[in-house]
Every structure is written in structure tokens, then in C-alpha cells.
Design a protein around this ligand. Structure first.
Ligand code: ZN
Length: 465
């Protein structure tokens, strides 16, 4: 036992030394290595600390259990110019949709170096949001909104407005409640999925970007980072904090000062808020934009291709003892989720004279069966869908029939034109606020039984009667 501990200590010290060598090399070469972007050779050269490293001997400068995290803490992110310089050197900057997905290139010469700022607004939409949108529109600037599901539900028209105006929408969980979100990963996950469905029902697109309420620092352990990445999400913290949520009613002048504290970094991800009570942020916004423009910045929109900025795992989060999801839970939830964001083939549904397409991400395949969102599939094929509150079911009117899709009882109740009723068991799932059904079950129930299913180089296609 003692020898084992000794070995562990030796391994950690060796790991620490190697890590420091890598650090020195990295900074000498003006390159920063983000933890998700390590060259394979370096990753292999540096052993990870054993899980109990924290109890043995934390290495200086590293949190326990996170020996190889090179991400920033929020304060480092705000204050450390060297880190920003390093980010600049990374040259993985993407400006809106115009930069290709090419891997990181060497730094550009100083005179042609492009500077990009990503304005991000958290906690909305609220009644401040229209004001923010108006300022952005007038200034011809795009931004990214990390929205709360709870707010999106109340103000779907603002989610549409954000989307229509060409801004990006990220996921900021449903209720922002730290106690819920950071008690266990599965709770965080369910809020991400819930919000994702709310946004998708409004814009048709799933947000792939995730921002943790309060940032990841002090909140995320390694499991949060790992499972969200495995599920296909891009977790995004920030490099500059406007300070607008430090307390209530921070004056616009202070927000401005902190927002433009460093106008030399090549990449700034600026944290702002458009939630309720953030009038001062909107007030400061025109001048913030003016200063960044004057300093030669272009305004980028975040997406999953942009190199993420992530804070490191804190000792407190690593040691918080979050309940770990089971292997079975991960297999059922995390692994299939990735397919939602993998470019794939559209699913064409040929029903009578009509044809509808579900894009990759708008359907799933599990157990060899297509699963489709009830509303999208039916409405695109000319049917109507409403939510029946009393039975908590989706009510479909299609092809002269009424179908009640009931997730609680896993059944479809079909009423034909003559009032005859039939109940069939079916795979019906409530994901967030959206009902998903097996395509076969739905088509059978609607009197359009599938005839053929084919896959070509371009698409998947299901033909029905
Ligand atoms: Zn927030």
C-alpha cells in the first residue's frame, strides 16, 4: 500500500515535470494547448494523474484530479494577458461562417492579424432582448445568445427574432438553478435536453453550444466536460467578463470599462447579459461595440467549430462527489445523442402525393427503427398536431383520423372517420417538450403503412401506401 502511494507520488511528480516542460515549450512557441486540442504525441507523453492524486500531493498550479487541464479560471481569463496572447497565437479564430474548418495554422504576421470579438448574452430572452437586438441591428453586428429554456418558453417570439436576425443561439440550461444543475450530471443533462427541445421547436435547430450557468469553474467536474463532449456539445466559457452580473445594477460606465479592458487580444469572448434587470448592459452596448470596431475587431458568431474556451476543473468541483451516471445511462443517453450533430443524410418521407424531408438531427435511428418528432413529421405531411393538456398527449389529425400519442402509457389511440377506436402500444417518448414516436407506428396508425425503406448515397427514403 505504502509502495503504491510512493509510486503514485513519483508518477505525479514525473507527470508534473513533464507537464511543466510542455508548458514551457508551449509558451516559448507562443502556442497554447487547450485540453481538447492536444497534439497526440504530447497527450501520450504526459501521464494523467491517478484519480486520487488530490489526496496525495497536489502539484503547484494544478487542481487535484485535473493535472493536465490548461484551461483558464474566470479570473485568469479576465486578467491574464499572456493567456490571451497565447490564444491569439492559436490562430484558430473563426470569423462568422467565412473561415474554413481548416486545422490551426501558424500565427499570421502582426499587420494582417485578424482580431475577432464574440459578444455573448446570457440569461435571456427578457424584455431587454429587443433593445439589444435593435442595437446590434443598427450597428450591423452579430452576437451569440445563451438562452434559458424557462425564458424561451415564455418569449418564443424573441427566440425567433434572435434567430431571424442571424445571431447564434446557445443553451444555458432551463432554470439556471445551481443547486439543481450541479447536484448531478443527469440533472444538468435533462435541463440541456429540455431547453434544446424548446429552442428546436421554435427555430427547427438544436443548439450545440452550451454555457454553464455561472461558468464551468467551480461547477463542472471532469464527468460534465467529458459526457457533454461525447454527446456532441461544445461547452463555451469566456475570455472577458463585462462584470454586469457581479451585483445588481452595475452602472453602464463600469460595464463598458471592464468590457474593453484589453483591446489587444486577437480573440475575445465577452460575457454580457440580456436577462431581466440588465438595462445597464444594453445601455453600455453601443459604446462597447464602437470601441471594438475602432480597435479593428470583427464580430464573430460562435458555433461548434470555434475553438472553445473552457475553465479548468476546480478542486472543489472535482471533490464535490457528484453522483456519476451509470454505464447503462450513458449508453442510452450520451452515445446516441452525438448522432444528432453529425452531418448525415436527410430522411425523405413519401406519403401519397406528398413528400417531406427531415434533416439529419431531426430524426434518430435506434434499434433499426426511425424515430421522428411527431409535430415536424406530421405537419410537414399536411396533418395537424396539438397538445392535449388533460391527457398529456399529442393529438394528431391526419388522413381523416385522429391519433392520440400518449407517452405515459406508450400507446397510440386511433379514432377513424366513423368514430371507431383502436388502441395500439407504441414507442412514444416525451423529450423536453417534444413528443417523439417510431415512424412505423405513426405511419401505420395514420393509414399510410410503410412499403419500402431505402438508403442511397444522398438520402434515406421511406415510401408508404
Ligand atoms: Zn447565466
Amino acid at each position: 500500500m505504502k509502495g503504491c502511494r510512493k509510486n503514485n507520488v513519483r508518477r505525479i511528480v514525473l507527470g508534473g515535470l513533464l507537464t511543466m516542460v510542455v508548458l514551457v515549450l508551449a509558451f516559448a512557441g507562443r502556442t497554447v494547448l487547450f485540453k481538447n486540442n492536444l497534439p497526440a504525441a504530447l497527450t501520450q507523453a504526459v501521464p494523467l494523474a491517478p484519480p486520487d492524486a488530490g489526496r496525495l500531493q497536489p502539484l503547484p498550479g494544478f487542481a487535484s484530479g485535473a493535472a493536465f487541464s490548461m484551461s483558464l479560471t474566470p479570473s485568469q481569463a479576465a486578467a491574464q494577458t499572456s493567456a490571451k496572447t497565447a490564444i491569439r497565437a492559436k490562430a484558430a479564430v473563426k470569423n462568422g461562417a467565412t473561415v474554413s474548418k481548416a486545422p490551426a495554422k501558424p500565427p499570421l504576421p502582426a499587420q494582417t492579424k485578424q482580431k475577432t470579438v464574440y459578444l455573448t448574452f446570457d440569461d435571456g430572452p427578457s424584455k431587454i432582448t429587443p433593445k439589444v437586438l435593435e442595437i446590434l441591428r443598427r450597428q450591423g453586428v452579430k452576437a451569440t445568445f445563451f438562452v434559458l429554456g424557462e425564458q424561451a418558453e415564455q418569449r418564443p417570439e424573441l427566440i425567433s427574432a434572435i434567430w431571424e436576425q442571424g445571431h447564434a443561439i446557445g443553451n444555458h440550461t432551463y432554470n439556471h438553478n445551481y443547486r439543481d444543475l450541479y447536484s448531478s450530471f443527469t440533472e444538468f443533462w435533462s435541463q440541456i435536453k429540455q431547453t434544446e427541445e424548446i429552442v428546436r421547436n421554435i427555430t427547427g435547430v438544436r443548439p450545440q453550444l452550451v454555457r454553464a450557468p455561472g461558468g464551468t469553474f467551480g461547477h463542472f467536474d471532469k464527468t460534465y466536460f467529458r459526457l457533454l463532449a461525447q454527446a456532441g456539445y461544445s461547452v463555451m466559457d469566456w475570455t472577458a467578463d463585462s462584470g454586469d452580473s457581479r451585483r445588481k445594477g452595475v452602472p453602464a460606465a463600469d460595464i463598458l470599462r471592464e468590457s474593453v479592458a484589453d483591446l489587444t487580444a486577437s480573440r475575445v469572448i465577452l460575457l454580457l447579459h440580456d436577462g431581466g434587470g440588465h438595462e445597464q448592459s444594453a445601455k453600455a452596448l453601443p459604446e462597447i461595440i464602437r470601441r471594438y470596431k475602432a480597435a479593428g475587431y470583427t464580430f464573430g458568431v460562435l458555433d461548434a467549430e470555434v475553438q472553445p474556451v473552457q475553465f479548468r476543473v476546480s478542486a472543489s468541483a472535482a471533490g464535490a462527489g457528484h453522483a456519476q451516471p451509470s454505464k447503462a445511462w450513458i449508453a442510452a443517453n450520451i452515445l446516441p445523442n452525438r448522432g444528432l450533430f453529425t452531418p448525415g443524410k436527410a430522411l425523405a418521407l413519401e406519403v401519397g402525393l406528398l413528400e417531406a424531408k427531415l434533416l439529419p438531427g431531426e430524426y434518430t435511428i435506434s434499434g433499426g427503427q426511425y424515430k421522428v418528432p411527431l409535430r415536424a413529421a406530421v405537419e410537414r405531411l399536411g396533418g395537424k398536431v396539438s397538445w392535449e393538456v388533460s391527457s398529456r398527449s399529442g393529438r394528431v389529425v391526419w388522413n381523416g383520423r385522429t391519433i392520440l400519442a400518449d407517452a405515459a402509457h406508450q400507446q397510440l389511440t386511433i379514432t377513424d372517420g366513423d368514430g371507431r377506436q383502436q388502441i395500439r402500444s407504441a414507442d412514444v417518448q416525451l423529450i423536453g417538450s417534444s413528443l417523439w414516436v417510431s415512424l412505423r407506428g405513426l405511419l401505420d396508425a395514420a393509414g399510410h403503412p410503410p412499403l419500402t425503406a431505402a438508403v442511397t448515397g444522398e438520402e434515406r427514403r421511406v415510401k408508404t401506401l
